[in-house]
Design a protein around this ligand. Structure first.
Ligand code: IMP
Length: 203
């Protein structure tokens, strides 16, 4: 049985205003006031985990401990089957310091040369952490996925990151070509959020 969230305030463990806005909108119907780690001047912990879940949990825990308030963190990325799961938790880092996703997508494509399997999935881990008392925290963590194939060359400019090369199973357009409202219904983040909301936010 998951713990139900009925606190007045939730800290989003992110300094990315776009991500904070998106999460705040998704949780608006449940009444909690949402603040960001950026607004509270909290430091971003280093992502030292080796899985999406470990990274989401360490970010949620660090934010809950630093603020004394419940915190929600996410970690996500593109998992390419024929690359042994790369770029995975390194998805943002593959774009380099200039956040050049043209370069990151090219690196994925270079790795796929001579390989038949072009399947991949996006994964998103969401972790909600209550600080409880001092040393003890309580964590509820959920993972969502969307499966598909990688196309080349990249198509569409509506999304971000690896969206232009990812085509979800059953679709004929990439996430980069898709209306973002539709993407937000079928994405890995939507899948993880549905699980989180069903377990911790609905009455
Ligand atoms: P983080 O979870 O903020 O560390 O970001 C993970 C990285 O994964 C992002 O910078 C993107 O490169 C990639 N990524 C995560 N979700 C998506 C998505 O929905 N579309 C495209 N790329 C994504």
């Amino acid at each position: 049985m998951s713990r139900h969230f009925d606190d007045p305030t939730l800290v989003i463990a992110s300094h990315n205003p776009g991500k904070v806005r998106e999460i705040a909108a998704l949780l608006a119907p449940f009444g909690a006031k949402v603040v960001s780690a950026g607004e509270l001047n909290l430091e971003e912990p280093e992502e030292t985990g080796t899985t999406f879940i470990a990274n989401a949990e360490l970010k949620a825990r660090a934010t809950a401990e630093a603020s004394g308030l419940p915190a929600l963190a996410d970690d996500s990325g593109l998992v390419v089957t024929a690359l042994g799961g790369d770029p995975g938790i390194y998805s943002a880092r593959w774009a380099g310091p200039d956040k050049d996703f043209g370069l990151a997508m090219q690196k994925v494509e270079d790795g796929l040369q001579g390989k038949e399997d072009r399947t991949a999935h996006f994964a998103c881990a969401l972790s909600l952490c209550w600080p409880d008392d001092g040393q003890r925290v309580h964590l509820e963590t959920f993972e969502g996925n969307v499966h598909g194939v990688l196309v080349w060359p990249p198509r569409g400019d509506k999304g971000f990151g690896y969206d232009p090369v990812f085509m979800a199973d059953g679709d004929t357009i990439t996430f980069g070509e898709m209306d973002q409202d539709k993407k937000h219904q079928i994405s890995h983040r939507a899948d993880a959020f549905r699980k989180l909301v069903d377990a911790c936010f609905r009455n």
